[in-house]
Design a binder for this molecule. Structure first.
Ligand code: ADP
Ligand code: MG
Length: 144
């Protein structure tokens, strides 16, 4: 499924659509190059879940947690990982317990597409805007 995201308002609406059906245990795997809009979409999801205030890009911290939300959210940027083992070393499984994971550069953590609750979103630049190619795992089919 391809979704046009011509501007930031479309990104906000797309984030709201995801947030409405997001559950603990989910993965929202965001792929696309630098500037594709991964962090922008993560911010839109977090805002739609009721988060107020800053959403720092986790480029340097790798993981940012939002425990007060329902579901709790772990926002990760795995760009700097050198191997998927490093995701285990930083305690990713513990972070994920009961939370939804929003992952930038998921492939650097070994990828999540084989998980039934993974929503894979590939963001691409189209003119001044973006488009998303969405692949929903089996757990998402009825929700999407
Ligand atoms: P990434 O995390 O993929 O590196 P960012 O989310 O930081 O990318 O976005 C980079 C820039 O793209 C930001 O300036 C943001 O405002 C812009 N942007 C994001 N989504 C859209 C969109 N749908 N249309 C136009 N600009 C966008
Ligand atoms: Mg980013």
């Amino acid at each position: 499924m391809t979704i046009a995201l011509p501007d930031l308002a479309a990104m906000t609406a797309f984030g709201e659509r995801i947030a409405r059906v997001l559950r603990g245990g989910d993965v929202v795997a965001l792929t696309g190059g630098l500037g594709a809009g991964k962090t922008t979409l993560a911010r839109a999801i977090l805002a739609a879940l009721g988060h107020q205030g800053e959403v720092p890009s986790p480029t340097f911290t790798i993981v940012e947690t939002y425990d007060a939300l329902s579901p709790p959210v772990v926002h990760a940027d795995f760009y700097r990982l050198k191997s998927p083992n490093e995701a285990a070393e930083l305690g990713l499984d513990d972070y994920r317990e009961g939370a939804a994971l929003i992952a930038e550069w998921p492939d650097h953590a070994g990828g999540f597409a084989d998980e039934p609750a993974c929503l894979s979103i590939a963001l691409e630049t189209v003119g001044d805007g973006r488009q998303a190619i969405v692949e929903a795992g089996p757990d998402w089919q009825s929700r999407w």
